[in-house]
Design a protein around this ligand. Sequence first.
Ligand code: PLP
Ligand SMILES: N[C@@H](CCOP(=O)(O)O)C(=O)O
Length: 461
Amino acid sequence: MRYISTRGQAPVLSFGEAMMTGLARDGGLYVPETVPVMSQADIAALAGLPYEEIAFRVMWPFLGGTFSETEFHGLIAKAYAGFGHAARAPLVQLGPNHFLLELFHGPTLAFKDFAMQLIGQMMQAALAKTGERITIVGATSGDTGSAAMEAFRGLANVDLFILFPHGRVSDVQRRQMTTPAEANVHALAMDGDFDDCQARVKDMFNDFAFRDGVRLAGVNSINWARVLAQVVYYFSSAVSLGAPHRAVSFTVPTGNFGDIFAGYIARKMGLPIDTLVIATNQNDILDRAMTSGAYVMDGVKPSISPSMDIQVSSNFERALFDAYGRDGAAISALMAELKSGGFTISQGAVQMLRDTFASGRCSEEETLATIRAQFAATGEILCPHGAVGVKVAEEHLGAAPMITLATAHPAKFPDAVERAMGARPALPPRMADLFDRPERQTRVPNDLDALQTLIRERIAR
Ligand SMILES: Cc1ncc(COP(=O)(O)O)c(C=O)c1O
Ligand SMILES: N[C@@H](CCOP(=O)(O)O)C(=O)O
């Protein structure tokens, strides 16, 4: 199994190398050269298995011998042992043909834990073999950062720096990042929005002297291993509703396009997915791109679903790579155009994207109304991101059962939930003292030199 860059100019890597590399050296994202297909019988055999076993069977063909079977089983077991639900990713029914996939039972209450807990285990195992020390720098709109802190805090051979947009994450998200006491994790509150944070992380990867000097690694969804771990719950949920004998649809609250791209991979692997719906908040660049064929930035508007306040949707590059027939030069040209504000997608590529994805947008008012309505109808308390998904999913219900991804726990966004339904959801008991713990963060400018200096100084200590 080999991994190639979406821009066609970086070395071809193994799974283990791609995981430790993060962004490709030509600025692109790694994807598998070919996607392994599971037979209908293999998919049918997943029904009724524990989540961990489904995870093993779905991911194993992508690993190409990076770990032994026994080792990989062990890493998966450790990754999901701390989840607060036996099913890991339970489904609840919202309506006759509409289900919610609760992805918030991990240690930091968002879907990011599914991949981050496993990457933490896999990276530790890989580093134990080489004896290397790495510096991870990540960008977050709130959830990736907290999941990464939880997965890497206290590790002897990893320094973790998380850039989050100052004042634009929820109090719970911020505290999840600023309260870990371990000296190897660093919460950096940066001036700007998430796109600025992500751009600085990519700048660091594109500065080879810095990248090689600090042995830079990434845990954003630029890292293929993140996407791969998220493919698993598409399988686990679909088989529990009758796949492969019955097709299902998914609606995915989308920002950086990693989660829905995992659904796209599941479909390429043979999972019968009828409709795959991109759901955006008022930062609707992806919905506009699908409708108009033009991917044009118009400024990030802070919303009540802040984790999706994103314009430069990193993994869309992976979808474009396929839509352009895997032409790395074409993708490089589009990404160069994006630096000046946007690009027009070719007619053939737009057609491929429209054949693959549906899309919809949910306003702020609709998000609040959906939280209120779902609570009244079913008793389920949605987080604002899940609410965006449910609203858009309702516009796409069809013959196939619809599964909407509930990407975070409502208690991560109590202000928005309270605005919607007049009550604040409580944090799970294990986090009850989150607001009593001391915070530790550094305010940083949106300036590459300053950030690199800070990182070099901290890792030299
Ligand atoms: C709670 C929540 N929902 C949805 C998303 C969107 O996921 P993705 O970026 O993979 O599209 C994110 C983060 O991006 C998130 O944190
Ligand atoms: N919503 C994300 C944004 C970063 O996305 P990633 O999946 O690329 O790590 C967050 O919560 O940080």
